[in-house]
Design a protein around this ligand. Structure first.
Ligand code: SAJ
Length: 417
């Protein structure tokens, strides 16, 4: 019961593909599914469809040795790992809720191939109660099988939630070494999920129920969001008082029980800027601090644009080198990126000519090309600009020759220089 020879991974994105590859590397046969044919073709040719340190060689190896294959249809397996997106849906006037349509589609795609004794694990970050819903969606399609929703410990199918918690840029290392929270709909579900993760996870594995596991993941990201909001609010207050916020934080952090995070141009990525809304949506009256933190972080790009516009107005012909577009340093991921939002806003404000530098991509996103912007290399941008706006603290920007910027207006949103 506790050995898994064949696992199906549904959704081969930023989480699903590395997870599939790490299991495959331990000798488990992995059949991955993605509805995007290009993603499937790319993986079957041994190439990941996005950049992530150490992923290329790993995927090539497991595809070559036949342990990982991809498909657009879900195949029968002993266990199913669901790693599909749970994006935000705007709820009129109230904020945002989770779009569970991909989880539902995954459940409906798994249901026809389910067999008695199978285990289904939801890894996607989800609002409290989603694992139960996923089980119910499968149960609705398979009245011949019993699920934990009504048969509890005796169910034919086991269902659990084990949220992914890996940091983009360190995914391969963290899939293996991070502690995992394993939430079963029943104790048996949790024990079976535990035995599955033990194949690859070296970190501590904590067993709990599905709802606690769901809330645990949301809590981790909301905790970080609230702490970054504190730093971002400080940066706005310091701007008013003409205090260098970086110096201030360095001073305050000398206290043994103070550890303030770094202010920045805003909070991006597909996790921290998203997940706290799932808590707010589930408890709108109660989650006041968490909502406010989201609003503070979301307001930061506009604040940066105002700062830039004010400086630009003092120049006759402002030309701004905008350095970095990704949501954080040394990744190519532009999802929910505040840097991208800032560049698009500045283009709309028409405050200056903009030179966009992003060493991790080769083509600008449509949002920016539609605004007539082009990708420029670092050296050319520095040469032509009279203002420099550092938006992402990429390693490539850190060893800059100070002489090149000494006569330019510099706005460093990351406190990196
Ligand atoms: N940021 C700041 N100041 C800071 C730290 C971060 O402005 O002091 C900004 C970053 O620039 C970025 C955003 O916050 O725009 C988020 O970056 P991050 O590195 O804090 O986190 P993510 O989104 O890459 O990954 C997070 C991680 N969660 C936590 O650290 C609690 C990761 O472990 C999760 O697995 C991931 O979310 C996820 O998938 O949920």
């Amino acid at each position: 019961m506790n050995t898994f020879n064949k696992i199906s991974v549904v959704g081969l994105g930023y989480i699903g593909l590395p997870t599939a590859a790490v299991f495959a590397d331990q000798g488990v046969e992995i059949v991955g599914t993605d509805k995007n044919q290009d993603v499937v073709d790319s993986i079957n040719s041994g190439k990941p469809h996005f950049g992530e340190p150490n992923l290329d060689a790993l995927v090539r190896r497991v595809v070559e040795n036949g342990k990982l294959s991809a498909n657009t249809e879900v195949q029968a397996a002993e266990a199913f790992l669901v790693a599909v997106p749970t994006p935000l849906l705007e709820t009129e006037g109230k904020g945002f809720s989770a779009d569970l349509s991909y989880v539902q589609a995954a459940a409906e795609a798994i249901a026809p191939v389910l067999e008695k004794g199978n285990l289904v694990i939801l890894e996607s970050t989800s609002p409290v109660g989603t694992t139960e819903k996923m089980a119910q969606w499968m149960a609705d399609l398979r009245p011949d099988l019993s699920f934990p929703n009504d048969k509890g410990e005796l169910s034919d199918i086991n269902v659990a939630h084990c949220p992914e918690r890996v940091l983009p840029g360190k995914i391969i290392e963290e899939v293996v070494n991070n502690a995992r929270v394993i939430g079963g709909m029943t104790r048996k579900c949790a024990q079976r999920a535990l035995s599955l993760y033990r194949i690859v996870v070296r970190g501590e594995c904590k067993v709990t129920n599905a709802r606690t596991a769901e809330m645990s993941k949301l809590t981790e990201n909301a905790y970080r969001d609230v702490n970054i909001a504190f730093a971002n609010e400080l940066s706005v207050i310091c701007d008013k008082h003409k205090i260098n916020v970086w110096e201030l934080i360095q001073m305050a952090n000398l206290h043994p029980r103070v550890e303030i995070l770094s202010p920045g141009p805003g909070v991006g990525g597909h996790c921290i800027a998203v997940d706290p809304w799932f808590i707010v949506d589930g408890a709108p009256e109660e989650a006041r601090l968490i909502r406010t933190a989201r609003e503070i972080n979301d307001a930061k790009p506009e604040f940066v644009c105002e700062q830039v516009a004010e400086r630009a107005r003092s120049l006759v012909k402002p030309v701004i080198a905008c350095l970095g577009l990704s949501y954080k340093a040394d990744v190519d991921d532009l999802r929910e990126s505040p840097a991208l939002e800032i560049v698009a806003r500045l283009a709309d404000m028409k405050v200056a000519a903009l030179l966009v530098v992003e060493p991790h991509i080769s083509v600008l996103p449509k949002d920016l090309t539609d605004r007539g912007l082009e990708l420029t290399d670092f050296d050319t941008a520095l040469e032509q600009a009279n203002m420099v706006l550092l938006l992402v603290d990429h390693g490539a920007f850190m060893h800059i020759d100070r002489d090149l910027i000494k006569d330019k207006f510099v706005i460093d949103t990351r406190g990196a220089w």
